[in-house]
Design a protein around this ligand. Structure first.
Ligand code: O7M
Length: 244
C-alpha cells in the first residue's frame, strides 16, 4: 500500500504528525491543516500517542485517518506494541477498527504469547506490521548493539536478531534510525528487499536524509523538521526532493 502511494506521490517521506496542544479542538484543526498542506509531498502519515492521548481514537484520531485516506495516504499507528498476547491483540484490534493501515511493534516481547496475536490479526485484515530494529536516539546503542552469545557461533548484536525476526515473521517493514547509516546498510543486507526500511531521526535529531537513503532506507519518517517549520509545505517538499 505504501509502495503504491510512494510511487504515486514520488515521495519517500512519512509525516510524523506529533503535534501537541492542550486544546483538543485546536489540535485537531492544526493537525488536519498540516496534513492537507503537505499531502502532495508525502507518501504516508504516522501518528503517535501525542494525538491518541489528546484526541482519543473515536471522533478524534479517526477523523484524521479519514482525511488521510481521502488524500490517498496510508496511515501508521506508532504504538510500539510490546505486551503479552491478549493485551497486544486488544491494542491491535482497536487501532485496526479506528482505521489504521499498519502498526509499529517491538520485537523484544518475542513471538509466542507476544507478537503472534498482532501478526495473526494483521494478516487476517490485510494490515501491515513494522518492527523496531534500531532506534534513532543516542542511548539506543545500550540495548540494540548489545551482543548475545549464541550456543554456536560468534556473539551478535541484538538488532541483527531483530532484523532476522522481521524476515522470519514476514513483517512489512522495520524501523532503523537515520542517525545510524552503517546500521541501515547492515539491516538491508539481512532483510533483503522484501522488507521496507523506515528511518526516523533526520533533521531535528541530526540524521542526514541523503545518507540514510544512500545506506538503504526506503522511507524517511520526519516530524518536527516539517510540522514545526514556518512553512511545513516547503519543508516537506525539501525533504521529498532530498530523498528522491
Ligand atoms: O522528526 P522528529 O524527530 O520530530 O520525530 C521523529 C518521529 O519518529 C517521532 O514520531 C518518533 O516517535 C519516531 N521515532 C524516532 O524518532 N526514533 C525511533 O527510533 C523510532 C521512531 C519511530 O517512529 O518508532 C516507530
Amino acid at each position: 500500500m505504501i509502495r503504491k502511494a510512494s510511487h504515486a506521490s514520488k515521495s519517500r517521506i512519512v509525516l510524523a504528525l506529533d503535534l501537541e496542544n492542550p486544546d483538543p479542538k485546536a489540535l485537531l484543526q492544526r493537525s488536519v491543516q498540516i496534513l492537507k498542506e503537505v499531502s502532495t509531498y508525502i507518501c504516508a502519515v504516522k501518528l503517535n500517542r501525542q494525538l491518541v492521548l489528546s484526541l482519543g481514537l473515536r471522533e478524534g484520531v479517526d477523523r484524521i485517518l479519514k482525511i488521510a485516506h481521502e488524500l490517498s495516504l496510508p496511515t501508521i499507528m506508532d504504538a510500539k506494541i510490546n505486551d503479552v498476547g491478549h493485551t497486544n491483540e486488544f491494542i491491535m484490534r482497536s487501532y485496526i477498527e479506528a482505521g489504521f493501515d499498519g502498526v509499529i511493534a517491538s520485537p523484544v516481547v518475542g513471538w509466542e504469547g507476544g507478537l503472534d496475536s498482532v501478526f495473526r490479526l494483521a494478516n487476517s485484515k490485510g494490515k501491515a506490521v513494522i518492527l523496531l530494529v534500531y532506534m534513532s536516539n543516542p542511548g539506543a546503542e545500550t540495548f540494540y548493539s548489545l551482543k548475545t552469545v549464541p550456543a554456536v557461533g560468534n556473539p551478535r548484536p541484538v538488532f541483527e536478531l531483530f532484523a532476522e525476526m522481521a524476515t522470519e515473521w514476514k513483517a512489512n517493514g522495520v524501523i532503523v534510525g537515520a542517525t545510524k547509516p552503517e546500521i541501515i546498510a547492515r539491516v538491508r543486507e539481512l532483510v533483503g528487499h522484501e522488507v521496507a526500511i523506515f528511518s526516523p531521526g533526520v533533521g531535528a535529531q541530526g540524521g542526514d536524509a541523503k545518507r540514510a537513503i544512500a545506506a538503504g532506507s526506503d522511507y524517511l519518517i520526519v516530524g518536527r523538521s516539517i510540522y514545526a517549520e514556518p512553512n511545513p509545505s516547503a519543508a516537506a517538499k525539501r525533504y521529498r526532493d532530498m530523498a528522491m
